[in-house]
Design a protein around this ligand. Sequence first.
Ligand code: PRP
Length: 213
Amino acid sequence: MTDGGTVLKVAMPKGRIYKQASKLFRQAGLPIPEDFDDSRRLIIPVPEANMEFIMAKPVDVPTYVEYGVADIGIVGKDVLMEENKDVYELLDLGIARCRMSVIGLPGWEPVIHPRVATKYPRVASQYFRERGQQVEVIKLNGSIELAPLIGLADRIVDMVETGKTLVENGLVEMEPMFEVTSRLIANRVSYRLQNGAIQSLCDRLSEMLAARI
Ligand code: PRP
């Protein structure tokens, strides 16, 4: 599976994406044992595939890959754009599909220099800058939908998957910004040194994704 017996280190996001990502890897023939799904272990070797999984907080996956402590990783396009790390984006895995949107309260009136709360300050700033709109971006770490409800922000920039969170909090999607799916990324040096292993993994995943369509 890997070049010269070197173990391929894979940064795997814990939480929401993990289930879909591990299913995809299993469908591609990679032997990820089922008991990993509920494990609290952070480093999981799979010697039969010459791989090692690093269970990471999703937002940290691009950092591990940029520094080369993981050769490849799985990460949402949202995080990839926000973190802006120096990594190769190899493959759109088409999983964890959702969208980044501008969200607000219904009947919201435009104001000069509105406040926008988000987990994605870089993405949000760029989006409004490109549209010539001056906004004050406020970084939050979660439960972003609270911000317009309690008067912290006029709008939010956040992910919409099923839309349930918006409905339950009486918010509306004002502008869909872009679609988000998970991506396979690689460290630049690993991509050269472990090219055989990484390419063969990409090929297996690509074939499997093509067969799904
Ligand atoms: C994400 C996102 C929204 C919600 C959207 O939050 O920030 O709040 O999911 O999903 P839905 O459209 O299916 O309701 P997450 O659950 O990751 O938690 P967070 O509030 O800590 O960001």
